[in-house]
Design a protein around this ligand. Structure first.
Ligand SMILES: [Zn+2]
Length: 473
């Protein structure tokens, strides 16, 4: 079967940032990732990404070069079709939508599918849906608007306070209650800085936090408590039916909006500021998505957003260091978030060591790359001639594993700048057992001498050893 070559169209206008303040650049990157997943699921290859970043599709007279090229490539038969996140990314005006529909009426063999909204442009029903969704746009993304309409219908119901005895972090009157509220706040701040659920859970467990049943709090419960919009005072709405599956809900999607388009606020005390909360939600969501891509369901142990999270140890106290971040201000600028690795002052850590994430990571990455080049350059030892079928089988298994490692290392060396974080972390996990940090005087330049990289014992060396034994027999 011939593989279909598809285009991907992405667009985000700058007058419609996401509800969580996502910048257009991030939004199009996410759209592209979702489109690539869809194309892969369709068994197609993506040959080109057509992007109109920070361009409106609803204002008349705005020329969108990405859209224009896409239309002409489709008309010229260069593409087997295209995929897109949602109809309202492709068009907001009937005239643009009609041009796309006309192409598919003439060439129904073309692929034209949306990630969200169920549009299939090769079907006439799908084209009707496409037209409807593009015109449905308005100021906000159609999906958000639909969600809001549905939610607004039930505002009276949602207006009932959901704060009760079971809301961890508050008392019955909606006042924050320590230590739960402080742990929750600290968790949200850590998550905003890239910490994973496992790290935050470890903190909570140390303080005896339990789930509803009184057992030690689960990862899932930690995640759900962190992402709950209640933390910033937002009310959420979910129907009784939806609520029955409450353990599965991504509650940030359920924030109730008023007629003015603003979130409806509850009258309880807030744990976190919206910016911190949304940063935490975004980071946790990315970790979940990355985990799902690796084939996990639910929050697995490896939910990380930084190269070395979970792998750095403080030599002063042997505690596992966590990722945190602080805002660095230069003059009158708004300040930038600067992540760093920190020995936790809680969790039995001494709290004394910190190291700027970027310099530590680039040093370890450079060392890892050197290691990978060595691995990639080593020759695989061929299976020794041996009469023993079982040991030959074992040896061959090791050789296979080693060949895999070698290929993987070659791939990583060649494509390192393009590798996504999970792939880089996978290489790190294969070759680095631990990164150990020793104290360094504060405020000094990054000093590689304060970093010990403990290399993982290499399966290939075991294979070599067996090979040598085989030959010496
Ligand atoms: Zn320490």
């Amino acid at each position: 079967m011939k593989t279909v070559s598809l285009g991907v169209y992405v667009r985000q206008s700058d007058e419609e940032p996401g509800p969580d303040g996502v910048r257009p650049g991030e939004a199009v990157a996410r759209q592209e990732a979702a489109c690539r997943r869809l194309a892969a699921a369709l068994g197609a290859v993506v040959v080109r990404v057509y992007a109109d970043n920070a361009l409106s599709a609803s204002l008349p007279g705005v020329y969108r070069p990405g859209f224009e090229e896409l239309v002409s490539d489709l008309a010229a038969g260069v593409l087997g079709g295209f995929v897109f996140a949602h109809a309202d990314r492709v068009a907001r005006r009937a005239s643009d939508a009609a041009r796309v529909c006309a192409l598919y009426e003439e060439q129904p063999h073309l692929v034209g599918r949306s990630v969200e909204g169920g549009v299939d442009l090769s079907q006439s029903r799908g084209r009707a849906l496409f037209l409807e969704q593009t015109l449905d746009g308005g100021k906000e993304a159609a999906a958000t608007a639909r969600r809001q309409q549905a939610a607004n219908l039930h505002r009276a119901l949602a207006g009932q306070p959901h704060i009760g005895a079971t809301a961890w972090g508050w008392d019955r009157d909606g006042h924050l209650q320590d230590p739960a509220a402080s742990l929750l706040r600290r968790g949200i701040e850590a998550a905003a800085g890239g910490a994973c659920v496992r790290e935050i859970r470890a903190d909570w467990l140390d303080h005896g936090v339990t789930g509803r049943t009184g057992k030690p709090v689960s990862r899932k419960t930690v995640l759900l408590r962190l992402i709950n919009p209640r933390n910033v005072g937002y009310r959420i709405y979910a129907s009784a039916e939806v609520r029955r599956n409450a353990s599965q809900l991504w509650t940030p999607d359920l924030v109730l909006h008023g007629d003015n388009g603003r979130p409806v606020m509850g009258d309880w005390q807030h744990v976190a500021a919206p910016t911190t909360y949304w940063a935490a939600v975004r980071s946790l969501k990315e970790q979940l998505d990355a985990a799902h891509e690796r084939g996990h369901s639910g929050p697995p142990p490896g939910l990380y957003t930084r190269l070395l999270s979970g792998r750095v140890r403080c030599t002063e106290c042997e505690a596992s260091m966590v990722v945190s971040s602080r805002t660095v201000r230069a003059g009158a600028s708004a300040g930038t978030r600067r992540p760093f690795y920190r020995c936790p002052a809680i969790n039995g850590g001494c709290g004394r060591l910190t190291r700027t994430a970027v310099s530590l990571e680039s040093y370890v990455a450079a060392e890892l790359l050197t290691r990978l080049r060595q691995v990639a350059a080593t020759a695989v030892v061929p299976a020794p001639l041996t009469a023993d079928a079982q040991s030959a089988y074992r040896h061959n298994a090791l050789v296979r594993r080693r060949t895999e490692l070698l290929r993987s290392a070659q791939h990583a060396v060649e494509h390192w700048p393009l590798l996504k974080l999970p792939e880089r972390r996978a290489q790190l996990a294969t070759h680095v057992a631990e990164v150990r940090l020793r104290p360094a005087p504060r405020g000094r330049w990054f000093d590689p001498d304060t970093v010990d990289i403990v290399w993982a014992e290499h399966p290939s060396e075991a294979a070599q050893a067996i090979g040598r034994r085989g030959r010496s027999r």
